[in-house]
Design a protein around this ligand. Structure first.
Ligand code: ATP
Length: 437
């Protein structure tokens, strides 16, 4: 059983080192909204890039899309969100706290009372008005999922790409939900990013495709370094499924606050395209180019959260170890996810030649690698600082480097050091990052 890290340590590291800050902190913060700092934004970009590479660029049956966050309100009528995208809320009659009915048992988690109000639905979509007049006709919503942007563009994508079934469309983008009980740091927020695929198949191939996507998505997390013992699949029971869904499996991660969903992979049958056809009046059936047969494809939907994935990777990577009597905190992020690949550190910041060589190396390396220069502390402290944020290699320039034209390359994970000639340094380092994970 892997050691579960304390969530406070992650939150504190994220703030201290510039991964994640509270939103609008100088005004006292906005509940459950978070800003990704200089290192957090790099981690997130790397994550999205690794996802895009895996689900779009490395496949020949996938297309990408970037649809608008604001959509025609009828979209949400068709998808069922206007009517059904609700959580059932109850209030504790004693302490007056409000909860999601499915999150409380029979007793109030705050005060232990068993006296609740009747449950009533609360729609999670964030409403806004478009244009200068705030009336019924100008109401629209911030999208609660990216998926519908894909469905409404199904025909556009088929027409312009000439793709034949099975094929899919991928999208990454912000979604918004007026969550009643946000929390657990970035796990549940009201504004978050999703990475979603809608994969269209013939109905009789949907089940096979569903199983394949579950495998592929599970392996993606493993290949990027999440520990196997912290990942599991959870098959939804029939009573958890939407009425149209044929099945859903969640990939769950063992967070410090318990096993929780990272990504859901659902077989949505032909519900979405059918609904959009009905409400828009446009025929969204797929026409087989050979038999001319027309039908609604089934859809497999792997739907994950960027923020939840980033949190899982941070938690999983966090390690504390004893090195010569002191604690080394090291973030063992996968090399494709690290915010900084290489740090160049001068051993003596008062020696102009050492500093000049180090800065030159940084300038050269940063054309192909993410690279920083730091001379603001003694070398031991600089190493610890880089370990704590996951920097994969440290390159140290010392007095001897000026004579033998070699520098020390130190690995984050093994702390082993190797002398590498300045001429070979760029090739040496880029090679370490170039092979696939
Ligand atoms: P939950 O049951 O946790 O509310 P869900 O089943 O409603 O999640 P989906 O609608 O399947 O979630 O959304 C797909 C993915 O989007 C989730 O697996 C998660 O990674 C991410 N996600 C959904 N809601 C949030 C949120 N409020 N904050 C952060 N990420 C979210």
């Amino acid at each position: 059983m892997a050691l579960i890290v304390d969530m406070d340590k992650i939150v504190s590291l994220c703030k201290r080192r510039g991964f994640i800050f509270q939103s609008s902190e100088i005004y006292g913060g906005l509940g459950s909204a978070w800003d990704y700092g200089p290192l957090g934004v790099e981690l997130k970009r790397n994550l999205k890039q690794a996802w895009w590479k895996s689900v779009v660029h490395e496949r020949d049956d996938m297309l990408g899309l970037d649809a608008s966050i604001l959509m025609h309100p009828n979209t949400w009528k068709a998808s069922g969100h206007t009517e059904n995208f609700s959580d059932v809320l109850v209030d504790c009659k004693k302490c007056k706290k409000r909860f999601r009915q499915d999150h409380v048992g029979k007793t109030c988690p705050e005060c232990g009372s068993k006296d609740f109000t009747e449950g009533r639905p609360f729609n999670l979509m964030l409403k806004t008005y478009l244009g200068a007049v705030e009336d019924e006709s100008s109401i629209t919503y911030l999208r609660p999922e990216t998926a519908q942007g894909i469905f409404v563009n199904f025909q556009n994508c088929v027409d312009t790409s000439r793709k034949r079934l099975p094929f899919g469309i991928a999208q990454v983008g912000k979604s918004f939900r007026n969550e009643v009980t946000p929390g657990n740091f970035t796990f549940r927020t009201r504004e978050f990013e999703q990475m979603e695929v809608e994969y269209f198949t013939r109905p009789d191939q949907a089940e096979q495709s569903h199983q394949k996507w579950i495998e592929d998505r599970f392996d993606w997390y493993l290949n990027l370094g999440l520990k196997k013992e912290n990942l599991r699949r959870r098959v939804h029971a029939d009573d958890e499924l939407a009425h149209y869904a044929k099945g859903c499996t969640d990939i769950e991660y063992h967070f410090p606050f318990g096993w929780s969903e990272l990504e859901g992979i659902a077989n949505r049958a032909d519900y979405d395209l059918q609904q959009h056809s009905k409400v828009s009046g446009k025929d969204l059936r797929y026409q087989d180019p050979v038999s001319q047969e027309k039908f609604f494809p089934y859809v497999i939907e792997p739907s994950g959260g960027v923020d939840r994935a980033a949190l899982a990777f941070l938690v999983d990577a966090y390690h504390e170890e004893d090195v010569e009597g002191s604690t080394r905190v090291v973030l063992r992020l996968h090399k494709n996810l690290v915010p900084t690949q290489v740090a160049v550190l001068p051993l003596l910041k008062k020696n102009h030649e050492i500093v000049a060589l180090a800065k030159n190396l940084r300038r050269d390396l940063q054309k192909s690698l993410t690279c920083v220069y730091d001379d603001t502390a003694a070398i031991g402290k600089l190493y610890r600082r880089q370990d704590e944020v996951g920097t994969f290699f440290c390159v140290t320039v010392d007095v001897q480097s000026l004579e033998d034209k070699q520098v020390t390359v130190r690995s984050r994970d093994t702390m082993k050091q190797e002398r590498v000639s300045v001429d070979r340094l760029k090739d040496y380092l880029t090679e370490k990052f170039s092979n696939d994970f």
